[in-house]
Ligand binder design. Sequence first.
Ligand code: NAP
Length: 257
Amino acid sequence: MFTSISGRSVLVTGGTKGIGKGLAAAFAAEGANVVITGRDREAGEQAAAELTAKGGTVSFVPGDVSSAQDCAAAVAAAQERHGGLDIVCANAGIFPAATLAEMTAQELEEVLGVNLKGTFYIVQAALPALQRSGRGRVIVTSSITGPVTGYTGWSHYGASKAGQLGFMRSAALELARSGITVNAVMPGNIATEGLADLGEDYIATMEASIPLKRLGSIEDIASAALFFATEEAGYITGQTLVIDGGQTVPESLEAMG
Ligand code: NAP
């Protein structure tokens, strides 16, 4: 259906678990060569080994995206291992809750540092390689929370996710002349390790408010990201795709019928 992306070099930040691991699995299944990053060495090595055992080419580089230095090292590793870099998935993210009244400056800095600045750092580090690629792709994992909806306790998170879209649109313009596209996926509530940490009550409430009556899967997000990476999506840039089971559509619970 789509032109093969086999052999492309892909870097996924936050690929040790959750959506990022799903992105790595999907790209590897298409024959791409994938490097994943994250802070947890054990989880990273394990994820890479697991995906390699399934026939993919996936390896791990430890790194914190809130460090520009670590981002540069991850990009260098992807280039060394796979002869260049074609696709960057800026996916690493955290979502600790804190109300405005209780949020410390450090908590605010951490969320913006990982989710928003981390997106800048990894794309900046990858720029020369993406320019050389001639068919560079940046795929940002944003969220519905912030750009579309709000949630008590997540003002910092929402601001970071909306900020990623502001970044994405201007970056798309700056990079268009190099043939690089920059787009964002906006997941709703996706069944990941991170989401499980929010507890059963949270998950039950969410399932009830999703028209398709289930949480999203990491494959639901990976399919959308893969599309943005194809040749056929090469004329799409600066755009977003909401993948939320319809969660942001109804005005109220009654509206779902
Ligand atoms: P997750 O299961 O908690 O996984 C988060 C990933 O990010 C892990 O691989 C983690 O690796 C990595 N990470 C966290 N901080 C990092 C840092 N400072 N440097 C490098 N890597 C870091 O979360 P998820 O649900 O998959 O979320 C992934 C992305 O999707 C996030 O950007 C999140 O905002 C977004 N999202 C998720 C949902 C959802 O419902 N799950 C909805 C909307 C948007 P280490 O722990 O090894 O560092």
